[in-house]
Design a protein around this ligand. Sequence first.
Ligand code: AMP
Length: 501
Amino acid sequence: MNVLEELYKYKGSNNIAMVCNDNSITYKELWEESDKLASYIKVNCEDDHTPIVVYGHKNPRMLVGFLGCVKSGHAYVPVDITVPRSRVESIIDTVKPPFILTTESLDSYQEYKIINILEDKAIQSTDPCINQDDYVKDDSVYYIIFTSGSSGVPKGVQITYSDLNHFVEWGVTLGRNEKLNKTFMNQAPFSFDLSVMDLYLSLVTESCLYSLEKSVQSNYKVLFDKLKNSGINVWVSTPSFADVCLADASFNQDLMPGLELFLFCGETLSNKTAESLLSRFPKAQVYNTYGPTESTVAVTEVDVTEEVLQKYSVLPVGKAKPGTEIIIMDGNEEMPEGEKGEIVIIGNTVSAGYINDEHGNQTKFFTYDINGVNQPAYRTGDKGYYKDGYLFYCGRIDLQIKLHGYRMELEDVESSLMKVEHVEKAVVIPVYENDVVKYIKAFCIYSGEMESDFKTQKVIKNKMKEFVPDYMIPRKIQFVKEIPMNVNGKADRKKLMEIEK
Ligand code: AMP
């Protein structure tokens, strides 16, 4: 599989590559406009191949931005409008792009030039001068996606072109039906790696990416109207998003008669969710896939059939894709089937590491000898075990959590809380309901004047919006005089979680 070669085949196609509300782009337009943008980048950057930040939301011209970058030999860094300003700045500081491409307005930052892809006349008037030799090479970085980091600074995961190609080659085989000229749902923002699944599986099959804006996703009436008229065949989302839709009885095959495949990734898929989907969508298959951004979206799959549902009260995350080995380790020792340990992913989609993060790369990435060949490997921090040849996921070994499908490090939330004036100390814990994180709660030592508990919470939450996305703002903040410590002198999260039960 070679993503750009596949797209080349559709360069004259008038089929829609992506649609969002009234905006759409055909394959032909996508090819030609990205050629122009790539030419512009080539002329202006010459031998500088630093990654380029592409900022925006669900505008189809975001794809022009992504392809323009890679066709000119630059990795792209997708940043969604929901990322708060201070994080955008931190990403720019890490990447140091030659300029920033946008489809939405973005206030200036330092000396960085901001180029609006939709309006820039210089791009439109550039003569195409791009050829395949300019494209990103197999082992070069193709995109960088930033995720929450425990130090409070987002981590940039570098995915190479060959990682992506290996992922896509496998991804298109999921499900019983061939995927040519289908309609794929895009729910996740482009700054989340789940979007890579719908975007590239759609593009290489000359399908239409049907994108749901953030505002649509939070308005049921509009959302269901859109879903009804979308013609979506392949649904790609976190299980949380499907749960939101399942709350409405009209979410069924009558609403979406063409729906034939659900692809889930990013968090636990419950039996209940899978069961409801299979009964409401009798024509559809439900797939559970698993993987972190650091190994290009997903590396395992299982078709959740009635049989699988009957057999397992907790669903497996599946079997590894070709080119990937997954082992369970306890320290440096490999665990046998049935024993729990850390899930380690080895193989051809493991990231080239974090950008500018020596410490993270040394602790998380290593090489592992498989049949005499050293392969890249990644310690996920996920706990798991094997049974019947299936991989099962059973939580984290560190302080990373998933809330409604969003990945975050609790320390990241804490360090953002402590940026708020008078918050002297903060400890954040996940609050579970039926083994699923329902919300996060903070315990804070606050040294300022408090008019009322409620008002202070509000002030803190508002201030946090400057540092973290909304989903990382604790639902509850409890003010305490001291934080309990464990024997190691660390905040005793266990104790705090016990109190919350
Ligand atoms: P992200 O990098 O945002 O895709 O998050 C990756 C993390 O999400 C993994 O390390 C797991 O902790 C969790 N995850 C991904 N897929 C699944 C799944 N199918 N079931 C349970 N947890 C998952």
